[in-house]
Design a binder for this molecule. Structure first.
Ligand SMILES: Cc1cc2nc3c(=O)[nH]c(=O)nc-3n(C[C@H](O)[C@H](O)[C@H](O)COP(=O)(O)OP(=O)(O)OC[C@H]3O[C@@H](n4cnc5c(N)ncnc54)[C@H](O)[C@@H]3O)c2cc1C
Length: 427
């Protein structure tokens, strides 16, 4: 029997799940979230660093993150939210001048960002005892911190399910049916249905290779038997993260997003002669002037580095010790004798969904009557999720944003460089 048209959310990462919850909170239904793999083996929502800050340089990024941090703080224990601060070190003159200049904007938006002289950095963080002379200064935002992103996504999903949202796992969106619809706004298109292929469920370890094949190479493994279903659409939200351009291409929309590999290493710092000044328990996120970022993660240190010039692609290969030895350890040891001796534990690679201005894409998709999108949040999707979800839900139900104007994030901005939301403070 054919199903009734539904609100369909394409993608059950943190963005799709939070929007499903926010729509259900507003009484919208029925809602179905479709995802190939709700466990998120390749999803950025499961592979990120768990940093949460409102300290950005673009107002829309500050506001969405500030709202999300407030939400994290309300659920502090459930989300393991630890507001232990972000320390951001600068050695590049132009960037440092910009950091100083942006402080006024940040203060105006209610952020509390301290400026630290190099000597104050050393006094406050004595473990940063090497090459302090090359630093121009640092910013410290005490209310930023760390969060458990998996717990946040679980919370959104449990609340959404309690409100009747259906999450369908192993459902791969393979096609889209559209129809022309003419109205006062001219000829538009309506999404009639999503064409979905079901992947057998009894394969959690992906032994058939279906997930890997679909999410990295976009085709079915030859041996896979599949079942096709059509899901009639009342309204669709593209929340496919780094895979959003593949969906957009199916409906003739050029998506500027590129998937780019980002690697993270877990570092063992449990050496016996570790200086007492390295108190991991009180440390939040440190962003080194070299671009390396790190924070305590259980008994280890989690360190990430966005290798410049990484080519776009659905590449999940982790470079292992080579990454640790070439990119992570030298940067840690350059700034701190506490990291002189440390070891590589393991690591992983995930995707940033990168736009030309390094800000996300959110809003109604021009030319369609019933298509919305929220994706491409580079390294910011967790910490923006609540602010984006609540305001996307308001746009969808009321035609207007609630408390944050997301209009700067619509894709139309890429047609006019003056409207780009250029965010420099990404890592
Ligand atoms: C290494 C790394 C570090 C990061 N650090 C941080 C950080 O510290 N703080 C922060 O806020 N953000 C961070 N991010 C960014 C953050 O993780 C992402 O912005 C966010 O998770 C994006 O969520 P999403 O829901 O848009 O995408 P995803 O979580 O990637 O979800 C997309 C979903 O779409 C599904 N899918 C794809 N194609 C199809 C299809 N055709 N049919 C059905 N389903 C499909 C996938 O299975 C996936 O579940 C980091 C990211 C990486 C990679």
């Amino acid at each position: 029997m054919a199903e009734d048209p539904q609100v369909l959310i394409a993608g059950g990462g943190i963005v799709g799940t939070s929007i499903a919850w926010a729509l259900a909170e507003r009484g919208v239904g029925p809602i179905t979230v479709l995802d190939l793999d709700l466990a998120g083996v390749y999803a950025s929502s499961e592979l990120n660093a768990g940093g949460a800050r409102a300290t950005w340089w673009q107002p829309v990024n500050v506001e969405t993150c500030r709202a999300t941090l407030g939400f994290f703080a309300e659920h502090g224990d459930a989300f393991s939210f630890r507001p232990r601060g972000y320390l951001w070190l600068y050695s590049d003159g132009a960037l440092w001048q910009q950091a100083l200049a942006k402080r006024e904007l940040q203060s105006g938006l209610g952020l509390d960002v301290e400026i630290l002289e190099p000597r104050a950095v050393l006094e406050r963080f004595p473990f940063l005892d090497r090459n302090t002379d090359e630093l121009l200064g640092a910013t410290y935002s005490a209310r930023d911190g760390l969060v458990n992103p998996n717990a946040v996504r679980r919370w959104y999903r449990e609340r959404a399910e309690a409100l009747g949202v259906r999450f369908l796992n192993r459902h791969y969106i393979n096609g889209v049916r559209t129809a022309l619809a003419s109205g006062s706004a001219g000829v538009l298109r309506t999404l009639r249905s999503l064409e979905v292929v079901e992947v057998p469920r009894g394969d959690p370890a992906d032994e058939s290779g279906a997930l890997e094949s679909l999410l990295t190479r976009h085709h079915w493994p030859a041996s896979q038997v599949v079942e096709e279903r059509s899901f009639p659409a009342e309204l669709v939200v593209n929340a496919l993260g780094a895979w959003s351009p593949i969906f957009s291409a199916k409906i003739g929309v050029h998506d500027v997003t590129e998937p780019v590999r980002r690697q993270i290493a877990l570092v063992d710092v449990r050496v016996e002669d570790r200086p007492e000044s390295l108190d991991l328990d009180t440390l939040g996120m440190v962003v080194d002037a070299s671009g390396l970022y790190y924070h305590p993660e259980g008994p280890h240190v989690l360190a990430g580095y966005s290798t410049p010039g990484e080519p776009p692609g659905y590449d999940f290969a982790y470079d292992g010790r080579e990454f640790f030895e070439a990119e992570v350890w030298p940067r840690l040891a350059h700034r701190s004798s506490a990291f002189e001796r440390c070891g590589h534990v393991r690591g992983w690679a995930g995707l940033y969904a990168v736009t030309p201005d390094c800000s996300g894409i959110a809003g109604r998709v021009d030319g369609f009557t019933n298509l919305y999108e929220a994706h491409s949040f580079t390294g910011r999707g967790v910490m923006q999720s609540y602010g984006i979800a609540r305001n996307m839900a308001a746009l969808i139900t009321d035609g207007a944003y609630d408390d944050i104007d997301l209009a700067p994030l619509t894709r139309e901005r890429f047609g006019d460089r003056a409207r780009w939301v250029v965010e420099e403070l990404h890592i």
